[in-house]
Write a protein that binds this ligand. Structure first.
Ligand SMILES: Nc1nc2c(c(=O)[nH]1)N[C@H]1C(S)=C(S)[C@@H](COP(=O)(O)OP(=O)(O)OC[C@H]3O[C@@H](n4cnc5c(=O)[nH]c(N)nc54)[C@H](O)[C@@H]3O)O[C@H]1N2
Ligand SMILES: Nc1nc2c(c(=O)[nH]1)N[C@H]1C(S)=C(S)[C@@H](COP(=O)(O)OP(=O)(O)OC[C@H]3O[C@@H](n4cnc5c(=O)[nH]c(N)nc54)[C@H](O)[C@@H]3O)O[C@H]1N2
Ligand SMILES: [Mo]
Length: 764
């Protein structure tokens, strides 16, 4: 993706089905662009198979009986991206100062290929220079020792295996800190905070087989076709059984409208498309509390009416009486909320909400699917709890074919939490760690990702070690965080590819290259396996398939152990070298720390379909304070900032992923489904807003945040007319992250409000 040129920009109306020929072409293109036409294709057949490797892209379930090609175009791209033949070597770094690389795009940095050697920043030349692993560990260990544990942060992006994650959290806690933020703090933390109060667990309750038994599905705030495409297999099968599917999303996402499966030969050669959504409701960005309240209200009203007529209504009264708490005040609150308020907040009419409620209310086995469109709001936690409320009304727990399904992001982000990567001391088994390893674990709450950024700005954070990820691009307020990041005494990036978080760096900076998951990880000559947890709470083994990109790479567990050895005093109960020599020994430790989940870990991890963590709500057990599932009232339907920063010129910006990226990894600039090609610097706008603001299709504009604490703006954005409600605009993550204030985050979970930023748009 070289420099953007006007004649390369193509905005088209996409009118094919999601999947189909486009996908196959994309796969071929992706593999070709990464220069691995043959090797990549063969490896793909091992993707998400019981004896293969867990895809490094999304976290969707890996079926026990996979399709012959259990991958999607995005998995193929992610694989190609990791197995590229391009190398970002010490010679590359000798040719470029970091000041120069700061001007490079996200795509161009990663496109240099795989990192091959440990590198240290040299102040005199402003270049990364090669160093030995032992030098790196010794220097990092010594510098971390000189910094107070509470000023050091150990960040993880959700890709690292269960084994690596366990070692990582143990290292941080042995060092004396719970500063273990992870990408989940920007993602599904609203789920982890919200669901325990509602249903007593921080994760979803749906398993893959539930799709075979459900009789209705709703999808709110998740873009399946782009971000968890293999789920389309299950959705398609359900749709073919006639199961209705209702979508609530501000944008009309072509991947949620129609679908043709490129791996189904019949559909490939016919033009018959399967319709994905049977009802599609374009709500306002941030209108979720409104629509979810409206749906619940409609169900309660329908039930009230049915009772008057002596007929059965849509509510599961026996379930509600036996298994829930707080129904009466919740129902009373719903009866009081005026429809006018619901209509204003949701952007939908009462008739539309009632027609959706009739379908959902008629279901005996309902699956509720959601993603970032719900969690990344000021009221992200309440949004999640409202989904739980809606499912509780119909008794959709403890029943095959029903439940709640938060679609997690990274391929092991859920698993990292499961094995103790968390800044919340109450979520880690500290007493067990204490008795296993004979130390006093820190009890003080650690920093979340957003708090880390605040600490970086305030100077109270002095060192950041990042196990994967690209914090400096993924966080909000990037223009405020970057200058402060440069003042950090120590930054350590453990990465596969070069990204901005390594190019912008602290006063001492290390870049440590690691093996990717698809590569064979040999310790003492023996190939090791690792494991991860998918979005349905199933644990899977994963084996590397190809030779490492460079002989000088180390595995993530080996790098963590290397730092730990240099940082921590020797502890006979923590034999880092022995553990790294055989990952089964790490799994044995995980099983000791979390026996309820990981007993017989080694034997069960290769089970086709994985093994599931126990799910109390599936057994109608409620691990909440009340011992029941709880209805939770949403006191207001509007977000406070929405009211604070209002006015006819204020629009709500939502930031999204394109078809051609994995988070901050930008494969290219083709947002195929949305028909936006050749540029990522766009604002999707409603035609009426375009006219009202005196703009036009293709106009160049500046977007600035409607807030008064700090000026935030992004220039040179191209206006693209799009099917999005008036008053809402959309654009891409991470280009628009400078517009998100750090304080604009979810109450309770602190997940940044990336999906409803108050902005003003002006012609340039
Ligand atoms: N190919 C690919 N796969 C991925 C990723 C990737 O970048 N690329 N990222 C991974 C990660 S880490 C994650 S967390 C997931 C993210 O996957 P998603 O949850 O799909 O995240 P987004 O693309 O940010 O947008 C979600 C959807 O929410 C809608 N939306 C926006 N604002 C609102 C709102 O206010 N309300 C509602 N109801 N909907 C709204 C958007 O239009 C969009 O369709 O995907 C994972 N999988
Ligand atoms: N505006 C806006 N901002 C957002 C979001 C949004 O919707 N809107 N979404 C948020 C969400 S949901 C998330 S999860 C975060 C994502 O935030 P992160 O997880 O921090 O970011 P990624 O872009 O996934 O990280 C990409 C980098 O990971 C490294 N990497 C890749 N594979 C490996 C590996 O196997 N090992 C190691 N050690 N490194 C590897 C590569 O060097 C690559 O450059 O962003 C958040 N930011
Ligand atoms: Mo995520």
């Amino acid at each position: 993706m070289a420099k953007e040129r006007d004649d390369d920009i193509r905005i088209e109306h996409f009118d094919h089905a999601a999947g189909g020929w486009t996908s196959l072409r994309e796969v071929a293109h992706a593999l070709g662009e990464a220069h691995i036409p043959v090797r990549g294709t063969r490896v793909l057949l091992k993707q998400n198979k019981p004896d293969g490797f867990a895809c490094v892209s999304c976290s969707w379930a890996k079926p026990a009986h996979p399709h012959p090609a259990e991958f999607c175009e995005h998995g193929a791209k992610a694989t190609a991206w990791e197995l590229t033949t391009a190398r970002c070597t010490p010679e590359f770094f000798a040719q470029h100062t970091l000041a120069e690389l700061e001007g490079w795009s996200d795509h161009d940095l990663e496109f240099q290929g795989r990192l091959t050697a440990p590198m240290r920043w040299d102040r005199a030349t402003d270049k990364y220079v090669e160093a030995s692993w032992e030098e790196a560990f010794a220097d990092i260990g010594a510098r971390l020792k000189a910094i107070a544990p509470r000023a050091a942060v150990f960040y993880t992006s959700g890709r690292a295996s269960l084994e690596t994650s366990y070692l990582y959290q143990l290292m941080a806690r042995l060092h004396g800190t719970n500063n273990l933020p992870d990408s989940s703090n920007m993602c599904h933390e609203s789920t982890s905070v919200g669901l325990p109060k509602s249903i007593g667990v921080p994760v979803g309750t749906v398993r893959l087989e539930d799709f075979e038994h459900c009789d209705a599905i709703f999808v709110i705030g998740h873009n399946v076709g782009t971000n968890s495409p293999r789920m389309l297999h299950s959705l398609e099968d359900a749709r073919k059984r006639g199961v209705p599917l209702i979508t609530f999303n501000p944008l009309r996402e072509p991947g949620l409208v129609r679908f043709a499966n490129p791996q189904n030969p019949l559909e490939l050669f016919t033009t018959r498309d399967v319709e994905v959504s049977t009802q599609y409701h374009q709500i306002r960005a941030g209108g979720d509390l409104g629509v979810l309240t409206g749906l619940c209200k409609a169900l309660v009203e329908m039930d009230d009416e049915a009772r008057v007529l002596g007929r059965p209504g849509p509510l599961a009264h026996a379930f509600i009486a036996e298994h829930t708490q707080g129904y009466a005040p919740f129902a009373e609150h719903l009866r009081q909320v005026p429809w006018s308020e619901i209509e204003r907040a949701s952007g939908l009419g009462r008739v539309a909400i009632e027609s959706a409620a009739r379908v959902l209310g008629g279901a005996k086995r309902l699956i509720g699917i959601y993603g970032m469109g719900l969690t990344q709001h000021r009221e992200g936690v309440l949004n999640v709890q409202m989904v739980a409320n809606l499912l509780l009304l119909g008794g959709h727990f403890g029943r095959v074919g029903a439940g709640i399904l938060p679609v997690r992001g990274h391929s092991n982000v859920q698993g990292q939490r499961t094995v103790g990567v968390t800044e919340k001391p109450e979520l880690a088994p500290l007493d067990r760690l204490k008795s296993l390893y004979g130390f006093e674990p820190p009890r003080e709450k650690g920093l979340t990702t957003v708090e880390t950024c605040e600490g970086v700005i305030a100077g109270s954070v002095e060192a950041i070690v990042s196990l994967g990820g690209n914090l400096l691009r993924a966080v909000p307020d990037t223009l405020r965080v970057e200058p402060a990041w440069r003042r950090l005494p120590l930054t350590v990036q453990i990465l596969t590819k070069l990204n901005r978080s390594a190019v912008v760096h602290g006063e001492t900076a290390w870049l440590l290259p690691c093996l990717g998951r698809i590569e064979i990880d040999r310790q003492g000559g023996v190939a090791q396996a690792v494991s991860m947890e998918d979005s349905t709470g199933a644990m899977h083994g994963s084996r590397g398939q190809v030779e490492p990109a460079s002989p000088n790479l180390r595995s993530e567990p080996a790098i963590v152990a290397g730092i730990a050895r240099a940082l921590l005093p020797p502890n006979p109960r923590v034999p880092w070298d022995e553990w790294v020599a055989d990952y089964a020994k790490v799994r044995a430790e995980i099983a000791k720390a979390f026996p309820e989940i990981f007993h017989d870990f080694e034997a069960r991890m290769w089970q086709p379909g994985g093994f599931h963590r126990p799910s109390p709500p599936r057994e109608l057990e409620w691990k909440t304070e009340t011992g029941k599932a709880n209805f939770i009232v949403a006191p207001s339907l509007q977000e406070d900032d929405d009211m604070r920063f209002a006015g006819p010129d204020v629009l709500r910006l939502t930031t999204l992923r394109s078809f051609d990226q994995f988070n901050t990894t930008i494969y290219g600039d083709h947002d195929t489904f949305r028909g936006i090609n050749g540029t990522r610097r766009v604002l999707m706008m409603n035609e009426a807003d375009i006219a009202r603001l005196g703009l036009h299709d293709g106009a160049m504009v500046r977007a600035s945040t409607a807030a008064d604490d700090f000026p935030r703006a992004v220039d040179a954005l191209r206006v693209v007319p799009y099917e999005i409600p008036a008053g809402c605009v959309a654009g891409y993550f991470p280009e628009l992250n400078p517009l998100v204030p750090l304080w604009h985050r979810a109450k309770g979970s602190k997940v940044p409000g990336y999906k409803s930023i108050p902005v003003r748009i002006q012609a340039m």
